[in-house]
Ligand binder design. Structure first.
Ligand code: NAD
Length: 416
């Protein structure tokens, strides 16, 4: 099929590369010219396992010009949906892309195509915002074009695997013609397909992320209690995880969750609940607990060393291993707090230092060996290479459970 991908970020690039690999003709539309130029010259603008190789094997084109979508069968909307100040979702990019698509529909040849919303949005957004904009083209949904909501569940760092091997494919459909059309794209995938209405599909995505965030905040809360009782939460989590009803994933106690999805998706559902007059008590607590969890690293460190004028080395800046994404990384909260305490901050990450430098130019970016020359070390991201370092004689606060770090002279785990 001829597929347009609007927004070539972590989701768009992966979806486009995979769909191209599966034999579809893919074009990327992105307003960021640097990004489209990079893609066209064979340079992948993100760090993601396997994507460079995949992009080198397929023929794709990228352009800022929306007229590139004119012959498409499917148009995937993959632009970012970050938070507004009040936690609700900033719809600017999605709305702007919908306007541009409407412009092409208006001028277009009138061939039937399906617009597929992959961006994460709160229930009702497609019906209340996106469809009216598309209708402003003078074309009729159902007759001239179709609409689906097809949320993405990939994990950064394992994104290609997840896209190719989804646990489920959710298709929210405007009508059965739209849903049939999109289902045909996925016919080779070995995954259950659940077809729903548009707002149910939007909610499935948010509810899934909120559930994962809840699991993490819950195990962190249990972990904070365990720490005081002298119990290793990781063993408790292991024991819990054997139970199929609980499952062993997303039970890693530590500094809390970050990234571009869980924190903002939970805020979005809180904001939507309040908008309809419902107070989401549990959701608010999940989010609050996560906001303070990372700062436990600084509190634990203060038990062992005074921070003013002391050099503190940070291992890991990405929100998780396998990515250069630093959006809402726990490293941000920790650096802010250390700077407020007057510490001298040095940091190392194998791939995320360039992104982090754009947020914090005032800290030093050094090699991992130089981190070990600091007065104390905080492990923030569990990159495998951190398990090969010599931590002896160091003060180490371990936020992620790196086994080798236990050899440190002074060792504190966050929840163990
Ligand atoms: N990153 C993830 O792991 C993940 C997983 C599942 C779902 N999602 C959701 O997918 C969506 C995209 O996330 P992402 O991480 O890929 O975002 P991103 O910020 O990495 O990429 C968004 C891209 O859209 C481009 N863009 C912005 N406005 C545009 C416009 N008007 N026209 C064309 N391009 C435009 C940007 O230049 C950027 O390249 C979000 O809604 C997110 O919540 C993300």
């Amino acid at each position: 099929m001829r597929v347009s991908i609007i927004g070539s970020g972590y989701v768009g690039l992966v979806a486009g590369a995979c769909l191209s690999k599966l034999g579809n003709k893919v074009i990327f539309i992105d307003t960021d010219r640097k990004r489209t130029e990079a893609i066209n010259s064979g340079v992948c603008p993100i760090h993601e396992q396997g994507i460079d190789e995949m992009l080198s094997q397929v023929h794709i084109e990228a352009t800022p010009d929306y007229s590139g979508i004119i012959d498409s069968d499917l148009i995937f909307l993959c632009t970012g949906t970050p938070s507004n100040r009040d936690g609700s979702i900033l719809l600017k990019h999605v709305v702007e892309s919908a306007r541009q698509i409407a412009g092409v529909l208006r001028e277009g040849k009138g061939n039937y195509c399906v617009i597929v919303v992959k961006s994460t949005i709160v229930p009702g957004t497609t019906e209340e915002f996106i469809i009216p904009i598309l209708e402003s083209s003078g074309r009729k949904p159902g007759d001239d074009f179709g609409i689906c909501v097809n949320p993405e569940f990939l994990r950064e760092g394992k994104a290609i695997y997840d896209f190719m091997n989804p646990a489920r494919i959710i298709i929210g459909e405007y009508d059965s013609r739209s849903g049939d059309f999109l289902s045909s794209l996925y016919k080779g995938f070995d995954a259950p397909i659940l077809r729903t209405d548009l707002r149910t599909a939007e909610m499935i995505k948010l509810a899934s992320n909120v559930f994962l965030a809840a699991k993490l905040s819950l195990i962190n809360e249990i972990g904070n209690i365990c720490k005081q009782l002298g119990i290793d939460t990781r063993k408790v989590a292991r024991g819990m995880g054997f139970d199929d009803r609980i499952g062993n994933q997303y039970l890693d106690a530590g500094l809390g969750y970050g990234g571009s999805c869980l924190p903002k998706d939970i805020r979005a559902l809180i904001a939507k609940s309040k908008q309809i007059g419902y107070k989401p008590r549990i959701l608010e607590e999940i989010s609050k607990l996560n906001n303070i969890q990372a700062l436990r690293a600084v509190e634990l460190l203060k038990k062992h060393i005074s921070l003013k004028g002391t050099s503190i080395g940070l291992l890991g800046l990405a929100f998780k291993p396998g990515t250069d994404d630093i959006r809402e990384s726990r490293a941000i909260n920790i650096v802010q707090s250390l700077l407020e305490e007057g510490a001298i901050v040095k940091a190392y990450d194998p791939v995320a230092m360039a992104n982090f430098r754009e947020l914090f130019s005032q800290i030093a970016y050094v090699s991992k060996e130089e981190i070990l020359d600091c007065d104390a070390v905080i492990i923030i991201t569990e990159w495998e290479e951190f398990n090969n370092l010599d931590y002896k004689n160091k003060i180490v606060i371990d936020g992620r459970g790196v086994p080798k770090a236990k050899e440190a002279r002074v060792y504190e785990g966050i929840c163990w």
